[in-house]
Design a protein around this ligand. Structure first.
Ligand SMILES: Nc1nc2c(c(=O)[nH]1)N[C@H]1C(S)=C(S)[C@@H](COP(=O)(O)O)O[C@H]1N2
Ligand SMILES: [Mo]
Length: 530
């Protein structure tokens, strides 16, 4: 083979390296967009940007030509442009390094700009295009380096040793260099295709369920919770009585949020029951919805931690749902299962007790459950940690026994049964944040779901315990806010807080770690006063 035709062949392979680098860029960005920032897909953001900037006559021409396929035509055109630009960046990187990498960085910067100027961007939206650029450039640079090594050993130029990174004279055989190039090309190319297509498919499923969710109109509740006046104290830095959905803590084992169409959703109630029952979403709504205010807590919440939130739920009592199937005697547990395979073990009695508001929830703070919080149906049980009760994306309730069945977290070091240990938290002043001397509020929240908080006491610098002012409780399942006005003097001070529940029990002082059944201990916080 002549050197000339061989050189042409390497130019073609470098174009392929560029296409793979571009593909890796897009696939990485799609993956991180799915995980961290849904609206941060470079190809869609650039597409949206193009739609915004093209002149009206051109848009009309596109609609006239492609009709309802105008968006698909745009994306196809964009895809072709990306393909050609990537191929060129590969050739550049091969012939004039690092020009190809520079071109890819510029493309990455432009798509980042397109994403960040879209409406409704989230704080992490820059991550997908930036990480995509980094990984894409890395693959492009490596591929072109290996391609040069192969060319050098094939063509036999003088500086082959230098450019392959091998010592002079120690030239690798051509076959080895060629294989190194193709192995990387195949691995990177296949990963880009698999990851990119999977991530885009899941993103589209999320978007479609998101639109179903926003179009959903739930019936109004039959009964509403009365929120008494004085239920919410007006103190800057204090947690609001109801935690907004976007601020509500989130714990799940699923890598991506499950996407369920309520039309096809079914709840199966089986196991030790008189009859197996299957309910549709409409069946749940037809039972009649009621409002419930319940504070949710995670077993992983450390003393003073953030894994606790309060919401107004709309739902139906679990006891009524279970009654449709008729739990049999001998059963003592309900194993709830999520579409993602997650399971929780809840004592049957906690779900059938007349005095406990264990519910299937379909709405959270005035809107259908957010996808992240279990759309379309989840469980909420007052007084039990989330991992043994609050199954999201619920699909099955199996009536069974603790002896026969085990939930997701049980073999992983957590108790099969876990009532919430009642607790109290300081929200303001924030730990370590300096405040000005003078009268300041010390405030926070305290919760004892299903029992209620009787009082909250505060001690400053190991002084006497003084009762804090409490907000008017909504019910015994929600947290209360507490407040104490304090004349702050310059220096460093310690504030300790503890709660007493309506049974007259004192919050446990002794520290316990979160495993196996939840943390305990009084929060002691530090205040710096200037
Ligand atoms: N399907 C599913 N449901 C789940 C979990 C999960 O990982 N998967 N985590 C549980 C845990 S540990 C808690 S504390 C609550 C948290 O609910 P949230 O994410 O809506 O705050 O959900 C529970 N339900
Ligand atoms: Mo949890």
């Amino acid at each position: 083979m002549t050197q000339r035709s061989s050189a042409k062949r390497f130019i073609l392979w470098s174009a392929l390296a560029g296409v793979i680098g571009g593909g890796v860029f897009l696939a990485t960005a799609e993956l991180f967009a799915l995980l961290f920032a849904r609206a941060a897909s470079p190809i869609l953001a650039v597409g949206g940007f193009v739609i915004d900037i093209v002149p009206q006559p051109f848009k009309e021409f596109a609609i006239a030509t492609f009709g309802e396929y105008d968006k698909i035509a745009l994306l196809a055109g964009l895809g072709l442009a990306v393909f050609i630009a990537s191929a060129i960046s590969g050739i550049l990187q091969f012939v004039r390094p690092p020009l190809g990498a520079v071109a890819l960085v510029i493309a990455g910067a432009l798509s980042t700009a397109a994403i960040l100027t879209r409406a409704g961007v989230t704080p992490l939206a820059f991550l997908p295009p930036v990480l995509g650029t980094v990984v894409g450039v890395l693959v492009l640079v490596l591929l072109c380096r290996r391609l040069r090594a192969w060319r050098d050993s094939a063509v036999g130029t003088a500086n082959a040793g230098a450019s392959t990174g091998h010592a002079d004279g120690e030239r690798t055989p051509t076959g080895v260099d060629r294989r190194r190039f193709f192995v990387l090309a195949a691995v990177a190319g296949a990963s880009a295709i698999i990851v990119g297509i999977t991530a885009r498919t899941v993103s589209m499923a999320v978007a479609s369920v998101e639109s179903i969710r926003s179009a959903l109109r739930l019936p109004s509740p039959r009964s509403r919770v009365t929120v008494p006046s004085g239920a919410e104290l007006d103190v800057p830095g204090l947690s609001p009585l109801f935690t907004p959905n976007e601020d509500f803590y989130r714990v799940d084992t699923a890598l991506t949020v499950p996407t369920i169409d309520p039309e096809t959703w079914r709840l199966v109630i089986d196991g030790m029951v008189d009859q197996r029952v299957e309910l549709s979403f409409q069946d749940i709504l037809d039972m009649g919805l009621d409002e419930y205010a319940i504070t949710l807590t995670c077993v992983s919440n450390e003393v003073g931690g953030e894994l606790v939130g309060n919401a107004m739920w709309l739902g139906v009592p679990l006891r009524d749902v279970l009654a449709k199937a008729g739990p049999q005697s001998g059963a003592d547990m309900v194993l709830s299962r999520s579409v993602d395979g997650y399971t929780a073990s809840t004592p049957l009695s906690a779900l059938t007790d007349d005095g406990l508001d264990a519910i299937l929830a379909v709405a959270m703070n005035g809107e259908p459950l957010p996808l992240e919080h279990g759309f379309p149906v989840r469980m909420v049980v007052p007084g039990l940690y989330g991992y043994v009760s609050a199954t999201k994306w619920l699909t099955e309730l199996k009536v069974t026994t603790f002896a026969d069945d085990e939930a997701y977290w049980t073999p992983r070091g957590y108790s099969a049964e876990a009532p919430i240990k009642f607790s109290s938290r300081v929200d303001t002043p924030k730990l370590g944040a300096a405040v000005e001397a003078g009268r300041i509020p010390i405030a926070g929240v305290a919760w004892a779901q299903s029992v209620g908080i009787e009082s909250v006491e505060v001690s400053i610098d190991n002084g006497d315990w003084v009762a804090a002012t409490l907000s008017a409780p909504v019910n015994e399942d929600t947290w209360v806010q507490w407040l104490m006005e304090w004349d702050a003097t310059p220096g460093t001070h310690y504030v300790a807080v503890r709660a007493i529940n309506k049974n007259g029990d004192m919050q446990v002082e002794e520290r316990a770690p979160i495993a196996p059944d939840g943390s305990s201990g009084w929060q002691r916080s530090l205040i710096r006063v200037n």
